[in-house]
Design a protein around this ligand. Structure first.
Ligand SMILES: *Cc1c(COP(=O)(O)O)cnc(C)c1O
Length: 384
Protein backbone atom coordinates (compact mmCIF):
# COMPACT_ATOMS: atom_id res chain seq x y z
CA UNK A 1 0.00 0.00 0.00
CA UNK A 2 1.65 3.23 -1.07
CA UNK A 3 0.63 6.84 -0.88
CA UNK A 4 1.16 7.43 -4.59
CA UNK A 5 -2.55 7.91 -5.32
CA UNK A 6 -2.71 10.48 -2.52
CA UNK A 7 0.23 12.30 -4.10
CA UNK A 8 -1.64 12.27 -7.41
CA UNK A 9 -4.68 13.87 -5.79
CA UNK A 10 -2.48 16.56 -4.30
CA UNK A 11 -0.95 17.32 -7.69
CA UNK A 12 -4.41 17.59 -9.21
CA UNK A 13 -5.47 20.01 -6.50
CA UNK A 14 -2.47 22.19 -7.25
CA UNK A 15 -3.29 22.18 -10.97
CA UNK A 16 -6.85 23.28 -10.16
CA UNK A 17 -5.62 26.19 -7.99
CA UNK A 18 -7.39 24.51 -5.07
CA UNK A 19 -4.32 23.63 -3.03
CA UNK A 20 -4.38 25.11 0.46
CA UNK A 21 -1.36 26.37 2.32
CA UNK A 22 -0.85 27.85 5.72
CA UNK A 23 1.04 31.02 6.56
CA UNK A 24 2.74 31.27 9.92
CA UNK A 25 1.41 34.07 12.09
CA UNK A 26 4.00 35.70 14.32
CA UNK A 27 1.85 38.33 16.01
CA UNK A 28 -1.46 38.57 17.86
CA UNK A 29 -4.63 38.48 15.77
CA UNK A 30 -5.15 42.16 14.94
CA UNK A 31 -5.27 44.35 11.81
CA UNK A 32 -1.45 44.67 11.57
CA UNK A 33 -0.08 41.15 11.53
CA UNK A 34 3.20 39.44 10.72
CA UNK A 35 2.73 36.47 8.40
CA UNK A 36 5.63 34.35 7.14
CA UNK A 37 7.97 37.01 8.48
CA UNK A 38 6.36 39.93 6.63
CA UNK A 39 4.09 42.70 7.88
CA UNK A 40 0.57 42.87 6.45
CA UNK A 41 -2.65 44.73 6.97
CA UNK A 42 -5.14 41.86 7.24
CA UNK A 43 -8.83 41.79 6.31
CA UNK A 44 -9.70 38.16 6.80
CA UNK A 45 -9.93 37.26 10.48
CA UNK A 46 -13.22 36.63 12.30
CA UNK A 47 -12.17 38.77 15.25
CA UNK A 48 -14.96 41.19 14.36
CA UNK A 49 -14.85 43.29 17.51
CA UNK A 50 -11.09 43.33 18.05
CA UNK A 51 -11.32 41.42 21.33
CA UNK A 52 -8.86 38.59 20.57
CA UNK A 53 -5.95 40.67 21.84
CA UNK A 54 -7.79 43.01 24.20
CA UNK A 55 -5.64 43.71 27.30
CA UNK A 56 -8.51 43.08 29.74
CA UNK A 57 -9.30 39.74 28.11
CA UNK A 58 -5.62 38.75 28.17
CA UNK A 59 -5.42 39.84 31.81
CA UNK A 60 -8.48 37.74 32.76
CA UNK A 61 -6.87 34.72 31.09
CA UNK A 62 -3.59 35.24 32.92
CA UNK A 63 -5.22 35.65 36.31
CA UNK A 64 -7.33 32.55 35.87
CA UNK A 65 -4.28 30.58 34.70
CA UNK A 66 -2.44 31.60 37.87
CA UNK A 67 -5.36 30.34 39.91
CA UNK A 68 -6.51 27.29 37.90
CA UNK A 69 -3.50 26.25 35.83
CA UNK A 70 -3.75 25.49 32.15
CA UNK A 71 -5.51 22.24 31.27
CA UNK A 72 -9.15 21.41 32.05
CA UNK A 73 -7.78 18.01 33.02
CA UNK A 74 -10.98 16.00 32.55
CA UNK A 75 -14.33 16.13 30.81
CA UNK A 76 -17.16 18.23 32.26
CA UNK A 77 -18.93 15.11 33.55
CA UNK A 78 -15.90 13.79 35.40
CA UNK A 79 -14.28 16.65 37.29
CA UNK A 80 -13.30 19.16 34.58
CA UNK A 81 -16.31 21.49 34.96
CA UNK A 82 -14.69 24.43 36.73
CA UNK A 83 -16.16 27.39 38.50
CA UNK A 84 -15.15 29.55 35.48
CA UNK A 85 -17.02 27.29 33.02
CA UNK A 86 -20.09 27.41 35.22
CA UNK A 87 -19.97 31.20 35.59
CA UNK A 88 -19.63 31.62 31.82
CA UNK A 89 -22.65 29.36 31.18
CA UNK A 90 -24.72 31.44 33.58
CA UNK A 91 -23.58 34.73 32.04
CA UNK A 92 -24.34 33.47 28.51
CA UNK A 93 -27.80 32.27 29.58
CA UNK A 94 -28.58 35.73 30.85
CA UNK A 95 -27.10 37.34 27.72
CA UNK A 96 -29.16 35.18 25.34
CA UNK A 97 -32.30 35.32 27.48
CA UNK A 98 -32.47 31.52 27.45
CA UNK A 99 -33.00 29.35 30.54
CA UNK A 100 -29.72 27.46 30.17
CA UNK A 101 -26.46 27.31 28.27
CA UNK A 102 -23.97 24.50 27.71
CA UNK A 103 -20.35 25.09 26.69
CA UNK A 104 -18.60 23.03 24.02
CA UNK A 105 -14.90 23.03 23.17
CA UNK A 106 -15.45 24.18 19.57
CA UNK A 107 -18.32 25.20 17.32
CA UNK A 108 -17.71 22.20 15.12
CA UNK A 109 -18.20 19.92 18.11
CA UNK A 110 -21.27 21.81 19.32
CA UNK A 111 -22.98 21.29 15.99
CA UNK A 112 -22.06 17.62 15.72
CA UNK A 113 -23.12 17.04 19.32
CA UNK A 114 -26.46 18.81 19.18
CA UNK A 115 -27.80 17.37 15.93
CA UNK A 116 -26.71 13.87 16.89
CA UNK A 117 -28.24 14.10 20.35
CA UNK A 118 -31.58 15.14 18.85
CA UNK A 119 -31.93 13.06 15.69
CA UNK A 120 -31.56 9.52 14.41
CA UNK A 121 -32.72 7.62 11.35
CA UNK A 122 -36.40 8.03 12.19
CA UNK A 123 -36.01 11.80 11.80
CA UNK A 124 -35.40 14.42 9.12
CA UNK A 125 -33.03 17.38 8.97
CA UNK A 126 -33.56 20.34 6.62
CA UNK A 127 -30.54 22.46 5.80
CA UNK A 128 -29.83 25.57 3.79
CA UNK A 129 -27.44 24.53 1.05
CA UNK A 130 -24.92 27.19 2.11
CA UNK A 131 -24.79 26.04 5.74
CA UNK A 132 -21.39 25.72 7.42
CA UNK A 133 -19.58 22.41 6.88
CA UNK A 134 -19.98 21.46 10.55
CA UNK A 135 -23.78 21.63 10.25
CA UNK A 136 -23.83 19.59 7.07
CA UNK A 137 -21.51 16.99 8.60
CA UNK A 138 -23.66 16.89 11.73
CA UNK A 139 -26.77 16.15 9.68
CA UNK A 140 -25.06 13.44 7.63
CA UNK A 141 -23.58 11.75 10.70
CA UNK A 142 -26.96 11.62 12.47
CA UNK A 143 -28.44 9.20 9.92
CA UNK A 144 -31.58 11.36 9.71
CA UNK A 145 -33.14 11.91 6.27
CA UNK A 146 -31.02 14.76 4.93
CA UNK A 147 -32.68 17.43 2.82
CA UNK A 148 -31.12 20.62 1.54
CA UNK A 149 -33.12 23.61 0.38
CA UNK A 150 -31.99 26.47 -1.86
CA UNK A 151 -30.27 29.30 -0.04
CA UNK A 152 -32.78 31.22 2.11
CA UNK A 153 -35.68 29.74 0.14
CA UNK A 154 -38.40 29.52 2.81
CA UNK A 155 -41.10 28.47 0.32
CA UNK A 156 -39.05 25.48 -0.78
CA UNK A 157 -38.31 24.62 2.84
CA UNK A 158 -42.03 24.80 3.72
CA UNK A 159 -42.89 22.47 0.82
CA UNK A 160 -40.29 19.93 1.94
CA UNK A 161 -41.46 20.13 5.55
CA UNK A 162 -45.07 19.57 4.51
CA UNK A 163 -44.09 16.40 2.63
CA UNK A 164 -42.16 14.89 5.53
CA UNK A 165 -43.65 12.31 7.86
CA UNK A 166 -40.53 11.98 9.98
CA UNK A 167 -40.79 11.55 13.75
CA UNK A 168 -38.80 14.74 14.44
CA UNK A 169 -38.05 17.52 11.99
CA UNK A 170 -35.13 19.86 12.55
CA UNK A 171 -34.52 22.94 10.42
CA UNK A 172 -30.89 24.03 10.59
CA UNK A 173 -29.44 27.31 9.35
CA UNK A 174 -26.54 29.68 9.77
CA UNK A 175 -27.76 32.96 11.31
CA UNK A 176 -25.26 35.03 9.30
CA UNK A 177 -23.88 32.99 6.39
CA UNK A 178 -20.17 32.56 6.89
CA UNK A 179 -19.03 32.97 3.29
CA UNK A 180 -21.71 35.35 1.99
CA UNK A 181 -22.41 37.58 4.97
CA UNK A 182 -26.16 37.69 4.45
CA UNK A 183 -28.66 37.04 7.23
CA UNK A 184 -31.14 34.13 7.20
CA UNK A 185 -34.81 35.22 6.85
CA UNK A 186 -35.52 33.92 10.33
CA UNK A 187 -38.98 35.30 11.12
CA UNK A 188 -40.41 33.65 7.98
CA UNK A 189 -38.31 30.53 8.42
CA UNK A 190 -39.41 30.08 12.05
CA UNK A 191 -43.02 30.56 11.01
CA UNK A 192 -42.72 27.84 8.36
CA UNK A 193 -41.12 25.53 10.91
CA UNK A 194 -43.84 26.19 13.47
CA UNK A 195 -46.56 25.38 10.91
CA UNK A 196 -44.88 22.01 10.33
CA UNK A 197 -44.13 21.38 14.01
CA UNK A 198 -40.41 21.38 13.27
CA UNK A 199 -37.65 22.59 15.56
CA UNK A 200 -35.29 25.37 14.47
CA UNK A 201 -31.57 25.35 15.15
CA UNK A 202 -29.64 28.54 14.36
CA UNK A 203 -25.85 28.60 14.32
CA UNK A 204 -25.06 32.28 14.83
CA UNK A 205 -21.26 32.04 14.80
CA UNK A 206 -20.97 35.31 12.86
CA UNK A 207 -23.94 37.19 14.30
CA UNK A 208 -23.03 37.26 17.99
CA UNK A 209 -21.19 40.45 18.83
CA UNK A 210 -22.05 42.08 15.50
CA UNK A 211 -25.84 42.16 15.27
CA UNK A 212 -28.42 43.28 17.83
CA UNK A 213 -28.36 46.24 20.18
CA UNK A 214 -26.23 44.45 22.76
CA UNK A 215 -24.47 42.03 20.41
CA UNK A 216 -27.03 39.27 20.88
CA UNK A 217 -26.84 38.34 17.20
CA UNK A 218 -29.70 37.41 14.90
CA UNK A 219 -31.92 36.32 17.78
CA UNK A 220 -31.72 39.81 19.26
CA UNK A 221 -31.83 41.48 15.84
CA UNK A 222 -35.16 39.79 15.00
CA UNK A 223 -36.32 39.51 18.64
CA UNK A 224 -36.71 35.73 18.32
CA UNK A 225 -37.94 33.88 21.39
CA UNK A 226 -36.80 30.52 22.66
CA UNK A 227 -40.06 29.10 21.30
CA UNK A 228 -39.18 30.29 17.78
CA UNK A 229 -35.51 29.24 17.98
CA UNK A 230 -35.35 26.43 20.53
CA UNK A 231 -31.72 25.62 19.65
CA UNK A 232 -29.37 28.60 19.49
CA UNK A 233 -25.65 27.98 18.89
CA UNK A 234 -22.89 30.55 19.23
CA UNK A 235 -19.15 30.24 18.81
CA UNK A 236 -16.60 32.03 20.95
CA UNK A 237 -13.68 32.12 18.49
CA UNK A 238 -15.15 34.90 16.35
CA UNK A 239 -16.78 38.05 17.75
CA UNK A 240 -15.95 36.98 21.30
CA UNK A 241 -12.28 36.75 20.39
CA UNK A 242 -11.56 33.64 22.50
CA UNK A 243 -12.29 29.95 21.76
CA UNK A 244 -15.06 27.42 22.19
CA UNK A 245 -18.80 27.46 21.64
CA UNK A 246 -22.14 27.31 23.41
CA UNK A 247 -25.69 26.10 22.97
CA UNK A 248 -28.53 28.08 24.54
CA UNK A 249 -32.01 26.70 25.14
CA UNK A 250 -34.46 25.14 27.53
CA UNK A 251 -33.73 23.09 30.61
CA UNK A 252 -34.86 19.94 28.76
CA UNK A 253 -32.63 20.67 25.75
CA UNK A 254 -29.54 21.26 27.86
CA UNK A 255 -30.14 18.21 30.05
CA UNK A 256 -30.62 16.14 26.89
CA UNK A 257 -27.27 17.37 25.56
CA UNK A 258 -25.52 16.59 28.84
CA UNK A 259 -26.84 13.03 28.63
CA UNK A 260 -26.54 12.35 24.89
CA UNK A 261 -24.20 14.79 23.06
CA UNK A 262 -21.14 12.64 22.50
CA UNK A 263 -18.89 15.58 21.59
CA UNK A 264 -19.77 17.05 24.99
CA UNK A 265 -19.37 13.89 27.01
CA UNK A 266 -16.21 12.40 25.53
CA UNK A 267 -13.87 15.37 25.46
CA UNK A 268 -11.80 17.46 27.84
CA UNK A 269 -13.33 20.72 29.00
CA UNK A 270 -11.86 23.88 27.45
CA UNK A 271 -9.10 25.40 29.57
CA UNK A 272 -10.82 27.16 32.49
CA UNK A 273 -8.77 30.30 31.86
CA UNK A 274 -10.34 30.52 28.38
CA UNK A 275 -13.77 30.47 30.04
CA UNK A 276 -12.66 33.23 32.43
CA UNK A 277 -11.32 35.30 29.54
CA UNK A 278 -14.61 34.81 27.71
CA UNK A 279 -16.57 36.15 30.72
CA UNK A 280 -14.54 39.34 30.31
CA UNK A 281 -14.98 39.49 26.55
CA UNK A 282 -18.74 38.95 26.95
CA UNK A 283 -18.84 41.95 29.25
CA UNK A 284 -16.96 44.11 26.71
CA UNK A 285 -19.02 42.78 23.81
CA UNK A 286 -22.28 43.78 25.52
CA UNK A 287 -21.22 47.03 27.12
CA UNK A 288 -18.98 48.64 24.53
CA UNK A 289 -21.55 49.22 21.81
CA UNK A 290 -19.15 51.71 20.21
CA UNK A 291 -17.40 48.68 18.72
CA UNK A 292 -20.53 47.76 16.77
CA UNK A 293 -21.12 51.38 15.79
CA UNK A 294 -17.57 51.81 14.51
CA UNK A 295 -17.75 48.46 12.72
CA UNK A 296 -20.99 49.48 11.00
CA UNK A 297 -19.42 52.76 9.89
CA UNK A 298 -16.48 50.81 8.40
CA UNK A 299 -18.89 48.44 6.62
CA UNK A 300 -20.70 51.42 5.06
CA UNK A 301 -17.42 53.03 4.06
CA UNK A 302 -16.12 49.85 2.48
CA UNK A 303 -19.33 49.14 0.58
CA UNK A 304 -19.63 52.67 -0.78
CA UNK A 305 -15.96 52.70 -1.85
CA UNK A 306 -15.97 49.25 -3.41
CA UNK A 307 -19.16 49.93 -5.33
CA UNK A 308 -17.67 53.16 -6.64
CA UNK A 309 -14.74 51.12 -7.92
CA UNK A 310 -17.18 48.92 -9.82
CA UNK A 311 -17.01 45.83 -7.63
CA UNK A 312 -20.18 43.82 -7.25
CA UNK A 313 -20.80 43.18 -3.58
CA UNK A 314 -23.15 40.71 -1.99
CA UNK A 315 -26.31 41.60 -0.14
CA UNK A 316 -24.54 41.84 3.20
CA UNK A 317 -24.79 44.36 6.02
CA UNK A 318 -22.41 42.37 8.20
CA UNK A 319 -18.59 42.49 8.55
CA UNK A 320 -18.37 39.69 5.96
CA UNK A 321 -18.06 41.51 2.61
CA UNK A 322 -17.01 39.01 -0.03
CA UNK A 323 -15.83 40.04 -3.47
CA UNK A 324 -16.84 37.16 -5.71
CA UNK A 325 -14.28 36.59 -8.44
CA UNK A 326 -15.60 33.29 -9.80
CA UNK A 327 -12.51 31.48 -10.99
CA UNK A 328 -10.30 29.92 -8.28
CA UNK A 329 -7.14 30.76 -10.19
CA UNK A 330 -8.16 34.40 -10.59
CA UNK A 331 -9.08 34.71 -6.91
CA UNK A 332 -5.69 33.29 -5.95
CA UNK A 333 -3.92 35.75 -8.27
CA UNK A 334 -5.79 38.72 -6.86
CA UNK A 335 -4.93 37.60 -3.36
CA UNK A 336 -1.25 37.39 -4.38
CA UNK A 337 -1.33 40.85 -5.95
CA UNK A 338 -2.84 42.30 -2.79
CA UNK A 339 -0.16 40.59 -0.73
CA UNK A 340 2.49 42.25 -2.86
CA UNK A 341 1.00 45.53 -1.66
CA UNK A 342 0.98 44.49 1.98
CA UNK A 343 -2.74 43.59 2.17
CA UNK A 344 -3.65 40.09 3.35
CA UNK A 345 -6.97 38.58 2.26
CA UNK A 346 -7.07 34.87 1.61
CA UNK A 347 -8.82 33.50 -1.47
CA UNK A 348 -11.74 31.26 -0.51
CA UNK A 349 -12.19 28.50 -3.07
CA UNK A 350 -14.28 25.37 -3.60
CA UNK A 351 -15.22 23.19 -1.83
CA UNK A 352 -15.60 25.84 0.91
CA UNK A 353 -17.81 27.77 -1.53
CA UNK A 354 -19.74 26.43 -4.57
CA UNK A 355 -17.76 25.86 -7.79
CA UNK A 356 -17.37 29.01 -9.85
CA UNK A 357 -17.83 31.32 -6.87
CA UNK A 358 -14.27 31.66 -5.56
CA UNK A 359 -13.91 34.90 -3.69
CA UNK A 360 -11.86 37.27 -1.64
CA UNK A 361 -13.62 37.07 1.69
CA UNK A 362 -13.06 40.57 3.04
CA UNK A 363 -13.87 40.86 6.71
CA UNK A 364 -13.85 44.04 8.75
CA UNK A 365 -13.16 44.45 12.43
CA UNK A 366 -13.86 47.17 14.96
CA UNK A 367 -10.08 47.21 15.39
CA UNK A 368 -9.63 48.58 11.85
CA UNK A 369 -9.44 52.32 11.28
CA UNK A 370 -11.09 54.29 8.49
CA UNK A 371 -7.62 54.97 7.06
CA UNK A 372 -6.96 51.22 6.89
CA UNK A 373 -10.21 50.64 5.01
CA UNK A 374 -9.15 53.38 2.59
CA UNK A 375 -5.82 51.60 2.11
CA UNK A 376 -7.70 48.43 1.28
CA UNK A 377 -9.86 50.27 -1.26
CA UNK A 378 -6.80 51.81 -2.93
CA UNK A 379 -5.18 48.38 -3.20
CA UNK A 380 -8.39 46.87 -4.61
CA UNK A 381 -8.50 49.63 -7.22
CA UNK A 382 -5.05 48.63 -8.45
CA UNK A 383 -5.92 44.93 -8.82
CA UNK A 384 -9.41 45.45 -10.22
C1 LIG B 1 -16.51 28.95 12.47
C2 LIG B 1 -17.85 28.31 12.41
C3 LIG B 1 -18.10 27.15 13.16
C4 LIG B 1 -17.03 26.41 13.87
O1 LIG B 1 -16.70 27.01 15.06
P1 LIG B 1 -15.29 26.66 15.73
O2 LIG B 1 -15.45 27.07 17.13
O3 LIG B 1 -14.28 27.46 14.98
O4 LIG B 1 -15.10 25.18 15.56
C5 LIG B 1 -19.39 26.68 13.17
N1 LIG B 1 -20.38 27.28 12.48
C6 LIG B 1 -20.15 28.37 11.73
C7 LIG B 1 -21.29 29.00 10.98
C8 LIG B 1 -18.87 28.92 11.67
O5 LIG B 1 -18.64 29.97 10.91
Amino acid sequence: MSFSDLAQELTLRKQQSLYRQRSVLASPQQPEVVLDGKPFLAFCSNDYLGLANHPDVVDALQRAANEFGVGGGASHLVNGHSHHHHALEEALAEFTGRPRVLLFSTGYMANLGVVNALLDKRDAVFQDRLNHASLLDAGLLSGARFQRYQHNDVAQLAARLARSDARRKLVVTDGVFSMDGDVAPLPALCHAAQEAQAWVMVDDAHGFGCLGQSGGGVAEHFQLTEEQVPVLVGTLGKGFGTAGAFVAGSEVLIETLIQFARTYIYTTSMPPAVAAATCKSLELLQKESWRREHLNALIERFRAGAQQLGFTLMDSQTPIQPIVVGDADKALKMSEQLKAQGIYISAIRPPTVPAGSARLRVTLSAAHTEAQVDRLLAALESVR
